[in-house]
Design a protein around this ligand. Structure first.
Ligand SMILES: Cc1cc2nc3c(=O)[nH]c(=O)nc-3n(C[C@H](O)[C@H](O)[C@H](O)COP(=O)(O)OP(=O)(O)OC[C@H]3O[C@@H](n4cnc5c(N)ncnc54)[C@H](O)[C@@H]3O)c2cc1C
Ligand code: SF4
Length: 333
């Protein structure tokens, strides 16, 4: 039996304290916040998530986008993906984020989906979503049938012998390239987490996906001040043109002067167990001519540690071509 409760603004601290009594903030949490519900309610219908209490945060004052005095942007946790994608300052200064959001899901889903919910969306691995199957992420120690089974859409970077599930978010890939910071209100106060440190690799605890602890409420995300003149592209490759998750995607934020790359921030989607920032590709690019030869070298560096499974080796070449093409688009833009 689940109970759904609306949290009033004056009860936010009490809601955090209530959620802090949950045994975990990860898979199997007995208290969950709900925002748009497009991930959580699906998983509850499938019995993959069975929280006893669901705390609705939509009445909290977390739905604003604000310019920061030092020049960045503050994005409230319940800002809808559609509102964020169409916000003029995002379209102008953080185009890679707008493009990534608009490449995700469908207009109807984007109207419901929120910033925090997108950060915390779950893998689309079919075994995870089927309680008749074993799955280490859903039930630790039961095994990973995907490794010898259906793994065409699963990860090639950051996998372990216990889980090869892909992080499905588009938004997070753009935020990784933009070096976003996640802000959390927990039972012991507030803290900030760089997006690179927010999601964790599966290792031998794939049930743990983020650094969140019981009671942690994501309140907002900040973006650093935009880089003037930076060129930004999000390119997503998938089985059909819309309403589909990435097989491979690339978020590119680069600066070019006199034909050379002076700064690069690169992240990949659809291929990693977390939104995949690639310092290797960035290091290869900086100081090099902004041409196809350099872009190919950067793509090779980004995928050098990729480990294919039985059905998804094609993703390695696909991701290389995706990143190379995204860099060409950015350089030409
Ligand atoms: C058919 C379909 C297609 C999709 N396609 C894509 C796609 O192509 N690309 C893509 O990126 N995404 C896609 N999505 C996923 C979609 O973007 C996510 O479902 C959505 O972003 C989740 O946001 P939400 O507000 O609905 O989250 P919810 O379902 O409300 O919550 C998700 C999780 O976040 C937690 N949570 C929510 N808010 C907070 C908070 N403030 N603090 C702490 N915890 C919180 C909840 O407890 C829950 O565990 C698709 C979804 C569907 C159903
Ligand atoms: S890949 Fe991860 S989510 Fe999928 S079955 Fe294996 S353990 Fe479960």
């Amino acid at each position: 039996m689940n109970t759904f409760e609306f949290i009033r603004p004056e009860d936010a601290a009490a809601a955090v304290a209530t959620a802090a009594r949950s045994k975990t903030a990860q898979q199997g949490a007995d208290v969950r916040f709900v925002a748009g519900g497009t991930t959580l309610l699906d998983l509850m219908k499938l019995n993959v998530e069975t929280p006893a209490r669901v705390l609705d945060i939509n009445r909290l004052p977390l739905d604003k986008i604000e310019a920061l005095p030092e020049g960045g942007l503050k994005i409230g946790a319940t800002v809808r993906n559609s509102a964020l994608a169409h916000y003029p300052a995002v379209q102008r200064d953080y185009a890679v984020l707008s493009q990534a959001l608009l490449a995700g899901a469908s207009p109807q889903l984007r109207n419901m989906a929120t910033t925090a919910g997108n950060l915390l969306q779950r893998t689309r691995c079919m075994y995870f979503r089927d309680t008749a199957m074993p799955c280490n992420k859903r039930e630790p120690g039961t095994g990973c049938p995907a490794i010898a089974g259906s793994n065409r859409t699963l990860a090639v970077l950051g996998t372990s012998e216990h889980c090869i599930a892909t992080n499905p978010s588009d938004m997070c890939v753009a935020m990784a390239a933009l070096e976003a910071t996640i802000h959390v209100q927990g039972p012991k106060g507030s803290r900030s987490i760089a997006i690179a440190d927010f999601h964790v690799l599966p290792g031998n605890t794939p049930n743990r996906e983020t650094v969140l602890e019981p009671g942690d409420l994501v309140t907002h995300v900040t973006l650093p001040p935009p880089r003037s003149g930076s060129k930004q592209v999000y390119l997503k490759l998938r089985d059909r043109a819309s309403y589909e998750f990435a097989l491979a995607s690339a978020a590119v934020v680069i600066s070019i002067a006199d034909g050379n790359v002076t700064r690069a921030r690169i992240a990949l989607g659809g291929v990693g167990t977390k939104p995949w920032r690639s310092p290797e590709a960035e290091a290869v690019l900086v100081g090099q001519a902004a041409n196809e030869a350099s872009f190919r070298k950067a793509a090779a560096a980004a995928l050098k540690d990729a480990k294919p499974q039985s059905e998804n080796a094609f993703k390695i070449e696909l991701a290389k071509r995706c990143l190379t093409h995204a860099l060409k688009m950015a350089a030409a833009g």
